[in-house]
Design a protein around this ligand. Sequence first.
Ligand code: 13P
Ligand code: SF4
Length: 323
Amino acid sequence: MALDAGWADEVRRLARERDAVILAHNYQVAEIQDVADHVGDSLGLSRIAAASDASTIVFCGVHFMAETAKILNYDKTVLIPDSNAGCSLADAIDADQLRAWKAEHPGAVVVSYVNTTAEVKAETDICCTSSNAVEVVQSIPGDVEVLFCPDQFLGAHVQRITGRQNMRIWMGECHVHAGITGADLKEMVDAEPEAELFIHPECGCATSALYLATTGVVPRERTKVLSTSGMVAAAERTTARTVLVATETGMLHQLSKANPRTEFRPVNRAAVCRYMKMITPEKLLASLREGRDVVDVPRDVADRARTSVERMIAIGTPSRTKE
Ligand code: 13P
Ligand code: SF4
């Protein structure tokens, strides 16, 4: 649907009126990325949410991201344009399952990917995102067992990089990234043998890509496993004519803006997160007009979850966001 010519001006006017900052994840539709104050990955947006002095945060992303903003800014109003925007990965483990897993491994440190509910974060020692997961696990003494949840592909990536044996991985997955397969990747590489590869560590193909790279089927030196904002930084630096991108297709917008000389092609065009796309330009406008949907987290859950999120924010190099 074509947007009203005055849509962006009205969004900006309402944001000023509400003293609101608009944050958008790299997978949002292009119009929302372009109107937002900041665009970035989960870690970068968490850092901005923590530092913001606006009285309202409008989070254009999925629900766990808006919950994280609320945990870090308990006295502020946090809005999400559609509170039904969930995440299949966050649904892969709940607090009861995590408590039962912890009971089987007393003394283990729990590392949870930020794609988890506030209740799961409240049972977690340190959260991580795709851009600092390796550093978070490396920060834990080598003789301490680690329980890593909920993403099996990110877990496998971290285990490969750290070489850590005493790490148990929950077998969750994101339906979008698990759907990008090694076969998709191989087909694209065969068609574009000179291309570079940017791969999100949640992808089903992340494991096969590294296997293919070590066996020489795909070029090792041109295969990069990156968070969404790591991809933007790599896009600015690349001189490749073509880059094959294995993640949600919303990512292509920031990559093309970062480097108009390179062609960024999705490894799988069908890799679209229906939850991220539930946040539409019309719903953003309604959210600012009507002050909805309000994101709430019970105070005791937020207080317990905050420690694990603050540890996550403190670890790793700041990820890149667009202002
Ligand atoms: P990033 O942490 O790279 O932003 O990824 C978040 C996400 O939901 C991936 O699907
Ligand atoms: Fe969740 Fe996957 Fe969507 Fe990311 S792409 S928000 S992990 S369902």
